[in-house]
Design a protein around this ligand. Structure first.
Ligand SMILES: [Zn+2]
Ligand SMILES: [Zn+2]
Length: 145
């Protein structure tokens, strides 16, 4: 087992999980470290492969359970990929949206969208009051073009 200090973000996640009543095991620490510091959306099998390098006894079921806990506590969000598989990445801070590279999974968060005209038009046409929206862009990052 390698000896490393958690980054401030992964320590904050571990504190949140602990406050939520979850037991902090070594595999959970490793999975948190991977996801908190990843610049790419990762699928469960990617996470499993990375976690096993750090802690070989990590099981795939453990990865799925950790993802459930991290999603339930709002630390991680699930994203849809072009191939229909789910991947996971750190949850956005406040009102941010993501750009996701369709080839390598690199993620960029951006703040600010200009949907107020669109929302007003759709509300006017439908009679709805719109409360929230999901927005995710897919494309090719600078390295993959
Ligand atoms: Zn890319
Ligand atoms: Zn928005």
């Amino acid at each position: 087992m390698s000896n490393h200090t958690p980054t401030p973000l992964s320590q904050a996640w571990l504190d949140t999980l602990q406050a939520g009543g979850y037991r902090i095991t070594r595999p959970l620490q490793v999975i948190v470290e991977i996801l908190a510091n990843s610049t790419r959306a990762l699928g469960p099998v990617n996470i499993y492969d990375l976690a096993r390098k750090e802690y070989p006894k990590t099981g795939l079921v453990t990865v799925y359970r950790a993802l459930e806990k991290l999603e339930a506590t709002g630390l991680v969000q699930r994203v849809h990929q072009a191939d229909g598989c789910h991947a996971y990445l750190r949850a956005a801070n406040g009102h941010e949206h993501i750009l996701l590279c369709s080839l390598c999974g690199q993620v960029v968060y951006f703040a600010g969208d200009d949907l107020s005209d669109l929302i007003a038009r759709v509300e006017g046409q439908s009679g709805f009051t719109i409360q929230e929206h999901w927005l995710q862009f897919h494309g090719l990052c600078a390295n993959c073009q």
